[in-house]
Write a protein that binds this ligand. Sequence first.
Ligand SMILES: [Zn+2]
Length: 84
Amino acid sequence: MTRLDRSNCEEAFRRLDDFLDRRLSPDEMRLIEEHLEVCAWCAREFNFEASVLDGLKRRLKQVEAPADLLSKILSRLPRREGHD
Ligand SMILES: [Zn+2]
C-alpha cells in the first residue's frame, strides 16, 4: 500500500483511533505506518490527533480520581465509528 490515493487515506483514517490505541493487528499497524511515511497529509493529521490524545491522557493522570472513573473516561475518548 504505497500508492498515494484517496482510498488509502480513507482506509488510514478509518483505522486512526485503533491505530493510536494499538488495537490493530501487526499487519494493519504496518500498513498504516507505511502509509504515514509516504503521505505527509495523513502523517500530520495522525500526529496532531496523537498529541491531543497524549496531552489529554497525561492531564487526566495528574488528576486525583478513582481509577475506574479514569478508565471510563479514557475508554470513551476516541469513538468516531463510521463518521466523517
Ligand atoms: Zn494519506
